[in-house]
Design a protein around this ligand. Structure first.
Ligand code: GLU
Length: 288
């Protein structure tokens, strides 16, 4: 009998990938391989303003150079495609309908800056601070229930008051986050007509039958949010495994703005993937 393990790698094409992405994706690939399972590549090109086809193509090219491989993806096809989020709008809309009819979400025009990063994975600020949506901005329960379409407004998920969301992370062990303390009502739909990251990733991970999500530990709180969406949609959540983040020599975590550490530049500078995977940087934080 074949393995039922299905993992995924899910880059956002807003820039060239750096070594930190490669390390997370490498761990995802190894875990799929060790389990004798499948790895799915999903292009998270939701944000029409910030995602660029060149970065989508570049990510595939750079990861292939690095030695990553996958069984299903935009370049390979497969049974659970399409593998670009920009082509999966119907599924996201169905989920929006379900959530609003059941009263889990409400229209909201309060957010301003949030829009800028709403379809991005909402990585925490460096100091770990998380902005909690003010409770007194919430509209009455049931607001928006009869809307026919999301329209040109944001929609937020109403988190259950002070509920503790617990899960067992494959690397970190038991994790617990409390609604309204660790995170508040969060965006599920943006006023420019696309789903926010939290909704899209749940819909896709479920539809692509992902059994384990491997991603950076900056997304731990997102896992708590996403578990609420799974429950609201009546979907079975996957397992989670959060990887440590790769830091540069000054202890700052790598971001796409660190161009000198993009895979592309490393390749152009003549580095070999094998050697990069044996470097001290690569191993930092992995044995904690
Ligand atoms: N696309 C997200 C990112 O690049 C990752 C999402 C996820 O792994 O859930 O940060």
């Amino acid at each position: 009998m074949g393995s039922t393990y299905r993992g995924r790698i899910a880059p956002t094409p807003t820039g060239y990938l750096h070594l930190g992405h490669a390390r997370t994706f490498w761990i995802a690939m190894e875990r799929a391989r060790e389990a004798g399972g499948q790895l799915i590549y999903r292009d998270e090109d939701l944000d029409p303003q910030r995602c660029k086809p060149d970065f989508s193509d570049g990510a595939i090219e750079d990861l292939r150079w690095f030695g990553c491989d996958w069984h299903e993806g935009p370049d390979r096809g497969g049974p659970t495609g399409p593998y670009k989020q920009s082509e999966r709008q119907d599924m996201f809309l169905d989920a929006w309908k379900h959530l609003k009819s059941a009263g889990f979400i409400y229209p909201c025009n309060k957010s301003r800056k949030d829009v800028a990063h709403a379809t991005q994975a909402p990585h925490m600020d460096d100091d770990g601070a998380e902005q909690i949506y003010p409770e007194n901005w919430r509209p009455p329960i049931g607001t928006g229930k009869h809307a026919h379409s999301p329209g040109d407004t944001n929609w937020r998920f109403r988190v259950p008051d002070y509920l503790k969301v617990d899960f067992d992370d494959g690397r970190l062990g038991p994790c617990s986050f409390e609604c309204l303390r660790d995170f508040g009502d969060f965006l599920v739909w943006r006023r420019d007509g696309v789903p926010a990251y939290e909704l899209a990733v749940v819909v896709d991970d479920a539809a692509m039958k992902i059994s384990e999500v491997v991603r950076g530990e900056d997304l731990l709180i997102s896992t708590a949010r996403q578990l609420l969406i799974y429950k609201a949609l009546g979907l079975q959540p996957p397992e989670f495994y959060h990887t440590p983040l790769l830091c540069d020599t000054s202890g700052q975590r790598l971001a796409k703005r660190n161009r000198s550490l993009s895979l592309r530049e490393l390749r152009e500078a003549g580095h070999e993937p094998e050697a990069l995977r044996q470097s001290e940087d690569w191993w930092s934080g992995l044995d904690d």
